[in-house]
Write a protein that binds this ligand. Structure first.
Ligand code: 5AD
Length: 362
């Protein structure tokens, strides 16, 4: 079967996905991109949803072998933003008509942290209710593995979307990149809890990990479909110099292209979900995130984290914009989006259409 025949199929199977992810010829990749872009415009539209990303703490109890803020990295100066600092980012988002925020941090499960996060959610909600945002800001959480009850208390406090990446669905590879007490089964259990509670569920993987194959990535995409997720954020793996993977032998160009192809194929598989164009793409190419959007993504998460803390939240080397103020990041983003003819959804939560469509069917 040739590429056009595959692209015109209603349901892509494992073999089709592998074929598409293996494309190397630029005209073939362009055909894939165009198809994904058409599906995006038909099902989701031209609008890009904005989430202001607030990386509020880098304390972490996990020791993921790839991550710059893993607990064993003693070079990291640990921080947690005060409530006032977070709220000042929130006020800025409101002022700029950014309709939703993501609260992200390293993973902590102690009582005090859970209380702090729950309280923050309530404060943000209360503060952001206005005529423009009658239900306040949309709040997405990305604070790792928690108990069912903790997830429930975050949901009851007002958060309504949750991101927790599975990182890879190859269980052998999962155990190679995590210490043995961090379990694949636990991650799955958390994803199920998040869904059951009623959050819009987001997950994702890293692309181009050492020993990861095209077949693994095809299985990752099929896993997203099987789990029926509402949102996906995935990006190339990039080594961090203070981790056990510092010297990982990876080909940045291949991984970058693979990142774009993963977005396109996912758009064909799950037409109405939210797909983020991630910072990791931008790390490997100056226009990486815009290219992600052109390949089928519809969400972008500009950082609102205060500059003084950004250089302490480095998950991988060469993270872009770490010295740049949010004003200038947002200004450039608007220009860049305009240049690729995409609109910004202002004062919108930008919920996953997939979530809405799913609930309509029930
Ligand atoms: N390269 C790319 N992505 C990374 N993440 C963590 N470390 C790296 C890295 N070295 C991603 C993980 C995590 C998310 C917050 O950041 O997928 O879930």
């Amino acid at each position: 079967m040739n590429i056009i025949q595959i692209l015109n199929k209603d349901n892509l199977d494992f073999k089709d996905i592998c074929t598409l992810l293996s494309l190397s010829n630029s005209s073939d990749i362009e055909l894939l991109r165009q198809k994904a872009e058409n599906v995006l415009l038909d099902y989701v539209g031209n609008n890009v949803s904005i989430r202001g990303l607030i990386e509020f703490s880098n304390y972490c109890v996990c020791d993921c072998l790839y991550c710059g803020i893993r607990k064993s990295n003693l070079n990291v100066t640990r921080f947690r933003l005060s409530e006032e600092e977070v709220l000042s980012c929130v006020d800025w988002a409101i002022e700029k008509n950014i309709g939703s925020v993501v609260l992200q941090s390293g993973e902590c499960r102690d009582k005090e942290t859970i209380k702090y996060i729950t309280q923050l959610i309530k404060l943000i909600k209360k503060r952001s209710i206005s005529t423009a945002l009658p239900n306040g800001l949309g709040i997405t959480l990305s604070v790792g593995e928690q108990t069912f009850d903790t997830y429930k208390s975050f949901f009851d406090a007002g958060a309504h979307r949750y991101l927790l990446r599975i990182e890879t669905t190859n269980q052998k590879l999962f155990s190679e990149i995590h210490p043995n007490y961090q379990l694949f089964s636990k991650r799955l259990e958390c994803l199920e809890s998040i869904k059951k509670i009623g959050f819009q569920l987001g997950t994702g993987v890293m692309i181009g990990l050492p020993n990861q194959t095209i077949e693994d990535l095809a299985n990752d995409l099929l896993f997203f479909k099987e789990l029926d997720v509402d949102m996906v954020g995935m990006g190339p793996f990039i080594p961090h110099n203070q981790t056990p993977f510092a010297k990982a032998d990876i080909d940045k160009k291949t991984n970058f292209l693979l990142g774009l192809k993963m977005i396109s194929v996912l758009r064909l598989l799950m037409k109405d979900i939210n797909i983020a164009s991630t910072t990791a793409l931008e790390t490997l190419s100056p226009k990486g995130r815009m290219l992600g959007l052109m390949h089928g993504a519809n969400v972008i998460m500009p950082q609102l984290t205060p500059v003084d803390y950004k250089n302490k939240y480095i998950l991988y080397d060469d993270k872009p914009d770490i010295d740049e103020q949010k004003e200038s990041i947002f200004g450039k983003l608007k220009i860049n989006l305009n240049n690729i003819n995409r609109n910004i959804s202002f004062n919108q939560w930008g919920d996953s259409l997939h979530f809405k469509n799913k609930n309509r069917k029930q």
